[in-house]
Design a protein around this ligand. Sequence first.
Ligand SMILES: *[C@@H]1O[C@H](CO)[C@@H](O)[C@H](O)[C@H]1NC(C)=O
Ligand SMILES: *[C@@H]1O[C@H](CO)[C@@H](O)[C@H](O)[C@H]1NC(C)=O
Ligand SMILES: *[C@@H]1O[C@H](CO)[C@@H](O)[C@H](O)[C@H]1NC(C)=O
Ligand SMILES: [Zn+2]
Length: 560
Amino acid sequence: MGTLPYQTQPPSSSRNLPGYTWRLLLLGSLIVTGLFFQPWPLNRWLDNNFQAQCHGSVCAQPFPPANRSTYSDAYDSPEFKKRSALRLSGAVKIPTMSFDDMGPIHEDERWKPFPEMHQYLETTFPIVHAHAIREVVGGYSLVYTLEGSSSDLKPFMLMAHMDVVPALTALDHWTYPPFEGKIDGDWLYGRGAADCKNNLIGILSALEHLLESGWKPRRSIVLAFGQDEEISGHYGAASVGRHLTSRYGEQSFAMIVDEGGSGLDTVYGRDFAFPGVAEKGYLNAIITVEMAGGHSSVPTPHTSIGILSKIVSKLEDYEMFRPHIKRESPIWGYLNCVATYGKKSQVPTWIQEAVASTKPDFDSIAKSFAETSPPSRYLVQTSKVATIFNAGVKENAMAEAATVYFNNRINIFSSTSEVAQRYTELILPIAKQYSLSLQGKSYSQEPSIGNITIEWNDPLEPSPISPTTIDNVAWESFMKAVQASFGSGVITTPSGGTGNTDTRHFWNLTHNIYRWSPSRIGTRLNIHTVDEKIKIDTHIEGIRFYTELILIVDEATDAF
Ligand SMILES: *[C@@H]1O[C@H](CO)[C@@H](O)[C@H](O)[C@H]1NC(C)=O
Ligand SMILES: *[C@@H]1O[C@H](CO)[C@@H](O)[C@H](O)[C@H]1NC(C)=O
Ligand SMILES: *[C@@H]1O[C@H](CO)[C@@H](O)[C@H](O)[C@H]1NC(C)=O
Ligand SMILES: [Zn+2]
């Protein structure tokens, strides 16, 4: 027979009792002193060391769980499913592609499908169009305003984008052409079916149904649908952000819900919803090496191509950025939630130990988390990768210039300047070794034989982190909508995202921004690639989620 752990403790003898009693009394009086006289910041100590460990505030879920509204009942019928599939299919048929080199509005022919999309939405959702005011902003983005009966309540915003990434190559790999909107059994195929016309049509379908049923909002609802999310939203969402800031002011919205996050998945035996509650920053490093050209028959020992290759190779091999987690990290919330709600037998020991620890070792936690998968790594680490490489035009001429782009998605606790500094640090020794100037400055004794320049392009600092405690009405409403649409047993946990959405232009409108495409993992596939598709049931679930969310946010108090 084995020995149980507690049996290894020596039984306490009566001799020890007075000692324990004395210590208990001392501890008790210290606590009383702390609570009543506060000679030291006991509350803060408790907050930092106690609350964070008992996970209560981060992972507490609404109880009793929110129930489905009767408005959602209509979505169970086969007719509704068929109608919804056709609506989404119709939207997929309109090739609203956005290209990296998109020219100005009204000039570039490639914007042409957008007015067609506007028309399609108008004919498909006549009731929304009859009740809401629609504005066209930034060329082709749409802002709908559905006035609520209580003008003193902060408005609520739902977002999606109308554009899709191009589908012009590898067409023979698609099961059905990308803009056919093909419905095949349980699935709908096509570019945009999953990113994110399902959200666009889902939001409008929910509102159309509510209005058709006679429902009226107390709180105004704003819908913002961008035209260029896939190219960073500089025309569309940026204009919408300015437009809404000038109309309503900063921090004027109750809550914003956009696409994003990591859907709904079963982890360690439990269903979790993973909304993104922060966004990484962004920066391109464009590195150019300039050296003398010349005839290839009399080469110099080094060329712009050779030097740039050394730089690329060093940057690629080097561990430029490390995984990083702090107590405020959405991922720390995530780890606490999976440890609290996951099946104990399935939650890895390192997670259980991490959340049980009084002094978590965040460096080793970040490292363990990063090692679980590449997507996990880039939730907690700045990414870097070479994406464009250009050099040379003639086979018998040395290239005068060679250029590479490194794309970076910046971890939420870092910054563009920290990333820029890292590049400079790593490139400097190469500049020294080969006698090249760096950013116009020479670092070696030898005369400079060329220039290395780094241009910083499209910078974006990481976003603020949205609140994720149940005492925040927005987060509570979000969790309730998940319960009401996906089931009372689904736990909502903070999560991150590896990319950006149009919300990058809306950070000033509210702290309460949640990015989530309502869908179970595996039912929304091949985003940005061949055979993008979505399960029609997933689209229906999305409509249900938006319906419940609209109702719950409308009923919430205005303590946003
Ligand atoms: C949801 O329904 C259950 C069962 O009828 C009930 O016990 C619970 O209180 C309801 N939840 C809410 C938030 O009303
Ligand atoms: C390096 O930059 C300097 C200053 O702009 C310029 O005069 C020089 O021609 C450049 N060298 C090469 C090899 O392009
Ligand atoms: C948000 O507000 C700050 C300060 O008012 C401003 O500098 C910044 O450009 C704004 N950001 C956006 C995305 O509008
Ligand atoms: Zn998208």
